[in-house]
Design a protein around this ligand. Structure first.
Ligand code: CP
Ligand code: NVA
Length: 290
């Protein structure tokens, strides 16, 4: 997938699997800038047409079942991309339709972001296997979970550093460790942020207040204070370590402005690669479908 993403990036208009144009439904139950833009642009680049749907304007918002909606979509679109709350909704959609269903972020996972993140790390560091990645902050978040699974798959050493009350889902950690046992990577949880960051090649964070938990903001800001990525914490990582953030970022909270906007930050490459990585994903899925 990453090799295809690199090829797509080098030859932006060279793949036209959606020529027609065929339509891809891109559905949002939550806000988005990067995901909306990158899927809309990417689908157009592939010769297709994006149909952006805000759930609130559709019958999906608790009115019509996911299964019935899936059957309506599959008669007309080439693929469904959906940003939603519970992962179970996506699984119900995928089970109810013959067209590919892409997770554009759920409460539990953000896999499209990880494709882009791995592409970006590869561009800056060469081979992925053997690199050490630390994710600091909300260990229960979609990003922490997807970091565990994606880095384990790539043979990397991934450490999640989160306060005791915000640990990743143990089932996801166990799954990542099982994958890592086969790839030569590792997956661990290290509560102390300084210990976790020491010697890292890649330092990653995300908002402390993901979409859906806004009412917990005050308690989260207090709980995560020592996990803020600032110059002092970055100095514990390798001297050539890179800093990543899926964005949107909140300067002064999960990351200081000098790190986010500093020389080690590769956030704009990361944001751009959403386009290339997701195009590769769509090309691959459409090939599988035949
Ligand atoms: N990183 C990311 O998914 O950004 P958006 O919420 O803007 O899509
Ligand atoms: N963890 C964040 C990611 C935003 C792209 C959220 O779910 O809000």
């Amino acid at each position: 997938m990453l090799a295809l993403a690199a090829e797509v990036k080098a030859n932006r208009f060279g793949h036209r699997p959606l020529e027609g144009p065929q339509t891809v439904a891109v559905i949002f139950d939550k806000s988005s800038t990067r995901t909306r833009v990158s899927f809309a642009v990417g689908i157009a680049d592939l010769g297709g047409q994006p149909l952006i749907i805000q759930t609130g304007d559709s019958q999906l918002a608790g009115k019509e079942s996911v299964a019935d909606s899936a059957r309506v979509f599959e008669r007309q679109v080439a693929a469904i991309v959906w940003r939603t709350f519970a992962q179970s909704g996506l699984e119900e959609m995928a089970a109810g339709t013959t067209v590919p269903v892409v997770n554009a972020l759920s409460d539990e996972f953000h896999p499209c972001q990880l494709l882009a993140d791995l592409q970006t790390i590869k561009e800056h560091k060469g081979a992925l296997a053997g690199l050490t990645v630390v994710f600091l902050g909300d260990g229960r978040s979609n990003m922490a979970h997807s970091y565990l699974l994606a880095c384990a798959t790539a043979g990397m050493h991934v450490r999640i550093s989160a306060p005791a009350h915000y640990q990743p889902d143990p089932a996801v950690v166990t799954r990542a460790q099982a994958i890592a046992a086969k790839t030569g990577g590792s997956a661990s949880v290290v509560i102390d942020p300084r210990e976790a960051t020491t010697g890292a090649d890649v330092v990653v964070t995300d908002t402390w207040v993901s979409m859906g938990v806004e009412s917990e903001k005050a308690e989260r800001v207090a709980a995560f204070a020592s996990y803020s990525v600032d110059a002092d914490l970055m100095s514990l990582a390798k001297p050539d370590a890179v800093f990543m953030h899926c964005l949107p970022a909140y300067r002064g909270y999960e990351v200081s402005a000098d790190v986010l906007d500093g020389p080690q930050s590769i956030i704009w490459d990361e944001a751009e690669n959403r386009l290339h990585a997701q195009k590769a994903l769509l090309i691959w899925l459409l090939r599988q479908k035949g």
